[in-house]
Design a protein around this ligand. Structure first.
Ligand code: ARG
Length: 582
């Protein structure tokens, strides 16, 4: 809704611009880009800082603002004022409410969906842990950003394929097989699951690299044996392949528990191993096109001309590498899904890797290379030694979730001792707190996890917004019990905080579009906070059940229902569970 109103305003302003400067090439799109939402509704609901036009129009901002003010009008506009070089536009609350609220009550959680993706497919490659290595906090970013981007694209009508590109092939399996033969047992692993695998993995790694401080020398023999075990795997050795499959299954079963807590599912788990037989064709093509160069025995694609170090395709011993597999996988996915975009979510340490192989795909003449998108994110650290695990200095995702759930359970026992279904709710709130905290930052920023902050019920947190959702639900429940129905038509606004809430509700689609355009789920997190805050202010000041007349009561219930739908929809976009009760 807000988008239509802004478009209308932009047309009015453009007309004014053209009347002052007929030769100006400014478009409505340009004007839209200049409009702002003032931080305080006293300065209008939408504003145009006119100094941005001063150069084009060769007038002072003050003059421009007063020239434009009369041109901004229409049903949606209450008034437009020129103040100190700003054009402050006040929207009509009645108009907004009449347009927005019935639409939300009608469409419910489908309200605000941008019509962007019809008939188009997006592939998303995310989470993708390396099997047999710990699934640690570094994977939180790829997992939740990736899934949020999937939900956002789905919401906008794209067909989405979520792929968990498991790191299920490589020398780590040689190490693990060796460690298992040396120190492991079937019973132990069946009982301990992935923790046992990680323990073995850590042991063998320590043995291979040695420990200077403790006077343990690196064990070269183990290193050679591990390599040999992996080589046997590559040759299809039955016993090793069986062990490998078993390790993968144990790991996946464990990851599933975490995914389930997050309400995440994947459409495909084709990992690196799947591409073993698909790489030779691409290597051949590279060779035929004359793109491969031999450098110290290895095969590379020289990217100097493009300002990058070479992309490694084959090692000296002929074995393939991470970029080789990514190239083969992209070609396969294009054939399989005919994607418009293929989005890869990884930490920013892999930026160069993606730039390099995207370039190689381009050089290979695949015209769809422009659809390849890398979405990097910053590093995550955690303070609080309590979270460090037996596996050393990495923090496992499941331990982080468990700690959050435990804390939330404690808080809830204190706050609401009679609550039914507490363990489910504690999981929703504990996991939600971590997800929300993480997604509150611009993805590219490094973040330091602080449990206290994440779990607080009164900061800008997951618990706060989930609590707000629960509040809206309980108001609606009470309304139903008392026979107060939300009104569709006949909305009667009597308080500025009601209008302020409508303004935020009307901005949903716009924010969703920005989140998709910038691959930035934090736009939604911030929107949720804006909406929760607007709703809580409204709720604090506007009595619902004791309001003086029926139309006001019905309006306020309608506003509450609208808030619930939009919050619920936005929660869904960032993997935050809806909590009807807390
Ligand atoms: N398994 C890799 C890691 O944990 C991430 C894979 C990302 N996806 C890709 N297509 N390269 O670092």
């Amino acid at each position: 809704m807000m988008l239509q109103i802004k478009a209308l305003i932009a047309d009015g302003i453009l007309e004014g611009v053209k009347s002052i400067a007929p030769q100006s090439e400014m478009t409505a799109e340009d004007v839209l880009g200049l409009l702002e939402y003032p931080p305080d509704p006293a300065m209008g609901d939408i504003a145009l800082p006119c100094f941005k036009l001063a150069k084009t129009l060769r007038r002072s901002p003050v003059q421009i603002a007063s020239t434009l003010a009369p041109l901004v009008s229409g049903e949606a506009i209450e008034r437009a004022e020129a103040v100190n070089g700003y054009l402050n536009i006040y929207l009509s609350g009645a108009y907004l409410a009449e347009k927005v609220v019935p639409e939300i009550l009608d469409k419910k959680e489908a309200y605000g969906a941008p019509d962007l993706g019809k008939g188009k497919t997006v592939v998303l490659d995310y989470s993708s842990p390396n099997v047999a290595k710990p699934f640690h906090i570094g994977h939180l970013g790829t997992t939740v950003i990736g899934h949020a981007l999937k939900r956002l694209h789905e919401f906008a009508g794209y067909k989405c394929i979520g792929i968990n590109y498991l790191g299920d092939w490589g020398t780590q399996f040689g190490k693990l097989i060796l460690a298992y033969r040396l120190w492991g047992s079937k019973e132990q692993i069946e009982a301990g699951g992935i923790d046992e695998l990680v323990k073995l993995y850590v042991m063998i790694n320590n043995a291979i690299s040695g420990n200077e401080e403790q006077g343990i020398a690196p064990n070269k023999e183990y290193a050679d044996q591990a390599r040999a075990e992996f080589h046997k795997m590559e040759l299809g050795d039955e016993e090793n392949i069986a062990l490998w499959k078993w390790f993968v299954k144990i790991s996946l079963d464990e990851y599933e528990k975490t995914y389930k807590q997050l309400d995440i599912t994947f459409d495909s788990y084709l990992g690196e191993s799947f591409y073993t037989d698909k790489m030779p064709a691409q290597v051949e093509k590279l060779r035929d096109m004359g793109l491969l160069k031999i450098d110290d025995g290895a095969s590379i694609v020289d990217l100097e001309e493009h300002g990058m170090p070479p992309c490694l395709i084959l090692k000296r011993d002929g074995s393939t590498l991470y970029p080789t597999r990514d190239i083969a996988a992209a070609v396969y996915r294009k054939g399989e899904y005919d994607f418009e975009k293929c989005i890869y979510v990884t930490s920013n340490q892999q930026i160069l890797h993606f730039q390099q192989w995207f370039k190689v795909v381009e050089l290979m003449g695949y015209d769809w290379y422009e659809g390849l998108v890398h979405v990097p994110y910053g590093t995550v650290s955690v303070n609080g030694a309590k979270l460090a695990t037996r596996t050393g200095n990495v923090v496992l995702l499941k331990d982080l979730f468990a700690a959050a759930i435990e804390k939330v359970t404690e808080i809830m026992e204190e706050k609401n001792p009679d609550l039914k279904g507490r363990s489910d709710i504690a999981e929703a709130v504990g996991v939600g707190a971590i997800v929300f905290y993480y997604l509150s930052n611009n993805r590219i920023k490094d973040i330091n996890f602080n449990m206290e902050d994440a779990l607080s019920f009164d900061g800008n947190t997951g618990p706060y917004v989930q609590y707000t959702y629960a509040r809206a639900c309980s108001i609606l429940e009470k309304a139903a019990a008392n026979g107060v129905a939300p009104c569709g038509e006949g909305i009667k606004l009597t308080d500025p905080l009601e209008k302020a809430l409508c303004v935020v509700l009307s901005q949903y689609e716009e924010r969703v579009r920005v989140a998709i355009r910038d691959y930035e789920p934090s736009v939604i997190t911030r929107y949720i906070l804006d909406l929760a805050t607007a709703f809580n202010r409204f709720y604090h000041d506007c009595a619902i059940f004791s309001a003086e007349d029926e139309a006001i009561r019905a309006t306020r219930i309608a506003l509450t229902a609208a808030t619930k739908h939009v919050l619920g929809s936005a929660f869904g976009l960032i993997c935050l569970r809806k909590t009807e009760k807390i």
